[in-house]
Design a protein around this ligand. Structure first.
Ligand SMILES: Cc1cc2nc3c(=O)[nH]c(=O)nc-3n(C[C@H](O)[C@H](O)[C@H](O)COP(=O)(O)OP(=O)(O)OC[C@H]3O[C@@H](n4cnc5c(N)ncnc54)[C@H](O)[C@@H]3O)c2cc1C
Length: 354
């Protein structure tokens, strides 16, 4: 019997979105293997309601190990627990998010249980006939996609980028089991104690959770010009992102970087200004809902994937956009009368913008 597992993540007793994203990947694999999908939650204070949410979003079973000493991620302790669970229940596949936690604990566990690990997968599938996990990820600087298998060892372990898949819709009719696994004292690594947390630097931005991202690249020319992007982002309650070129020039901190070696994002809207659209940048935005590109070059790669491409000088387009957005924000809301057109507002807006 094979099992597929996902490693959920929590902070302060609240499950992170990535826990649900992983379940949609895991569900597809478990269905192909005709097996069960379980989610492992290590932490403290995650409510029964939240554990049930994992079942409503695709898990058949949830293994919950809760203890105040597990409230914060400590690699050695989490690895001890996960390795112990792997040896006890023998899953065939384990997926974790390519977050700081997943990227740290998964290699630690892989060594302990003598198996391989493929980091930062973009696609996962099952090989027909063998049932091996096909783990696809960019290789050689993002120039090729490599598919990796682990045919000789179990479990097969992979990390997946956050926001590279969407959670399944909640299904209240799904039934499953929450198994509370008691913590074995000897699995706590007493050598490591969390004494406090830094709340991060002033420049830190949570790109992955943002609904609106306004991003700039080399075409912005200087750090000071990013003020226009901050202003526009402020109107939407969004955040500012950047291409690697802009980060390498020191115009913004690394937490703003989008792309293969930065963050993968999936906002409702991303507006890019002065970004060409390299494959490495595009890898980070491909699941975004609406992409708007401003670039003087009509052949820019970003224009090819954008829903709205503005061929123009960003130093003319952005100030005009700022002016109109502020004008709109200051105007009293217009009275509306329902018409037949209101039934399809998205299409009407799209036509107006084109
Ligand atoms: C292993 C590896 C990992 C990488 N990871 C990443 C990553 O995570 N993220 C990433 O972004 N890159 C990454 N890169 C780098 C990537 O290959 C590109 O070099 C980078 O994305 C280019 O950034 P850019 O689009 O800002 O600059 P450019 O490619 O130089 O584009 C600037 C654009 O601005 C436009 N422009 C100029 N002036 C104006 C103006 N006045 N108005 C409007 N448009 C204007 C130009 O037409 C041009 O299209 C990686 C590369 C490697 C090898």
């Amino acid at each position: 019997m094979s099992f597929v597992w996902t490693l959920a993540e929590q902070h302060g007793g609240r499950l992170k979105d990535v826990s649900f994203e992983l379940l949609s990947r895991g569900r597809a694999l478990a269905d192909k293997l005709d097996t069960k999908l379980a989610s492992v939650v290590i932490g403290d204070g995650v409510s029964p309601e939240q554990l049930e949410a994992l079942i409503r979003r695709g898990a058949d079973e949830v293994y919950a190990i809760m203890d105040p000493r597990l409230a914060h991620f400590v690699c050695e302790t989490y690895s001890n627990i996960l390795s112990h669970l792997v040896k006890t229940y023998q899953p065939t596949i384990i997926l974790a998010a390519a977050t700081s936690m997943g990227r740290t604990v998964m290699p630690h566990v892989a060594v302990r249980v003598h198996t391989g690990l493929t980091a930062d997968c973009t696609e996962l599938d099952i090989e027909p006939g063998t049932g091996n996990l096909l783990q696809t990820r960019p290789a050689i600087g993002g120039n090729i996609m490599a598919t990796i298998k682990t045919p000789q060892h179990r479990p097969q372990m992979a990390t997946v980028r956050p926001k590279s898949s969407r959670p399944l819709p909640e299904d209240a009719t799904r039934v499953g089991k929450v198994i509370e696994v008691p913590l074995i004292e000897s699995l706590i690594d007493e050598r490591v104690r969390v004494t406090g947390y830094r709340t991060d630097t002033a420049d830190f931005v949570n790109l992955e959770e943002a609904d609106v991202v306004i991003a700039g690249g080399r075409g912005m020319k200087k750090a000071e010009h990013f003020g226009m992007l901050h202003d526009i982002a402020g109107v939407f309650g969004g955040v500012v992102g950047a291409s690697r070129d802009a980060i390498d020039r020191g115009w913004l901190g690394y937490s703003h970087q989008i792309g293969l070696s930065g963050k993968t994002i999936s906002p409702r809207l991303i507006l890019t200004a002065g970004i060409s659209g390299s494959i490495q940048f595009l890898a980070g935005i491909k699941t975004s809902e609406t992409i708007v590109s401003i670039n003087t070059d009509p052949d820019a790669g970003l224009h090819k994937v954008a829903d709205f491409g503005i061929v123009g000088d960003l130093f003319e387009v952005l100030p005009e956009l700022q002016r109109r957005l502020h004008e709109h924000a200051a105007a009293p809301p217009a009275a509306t009368t329902a018409t037949a057109d209101d039934e399809r507002p998205d299409e009407r807006q799209r036509e107006e913008r084109v």
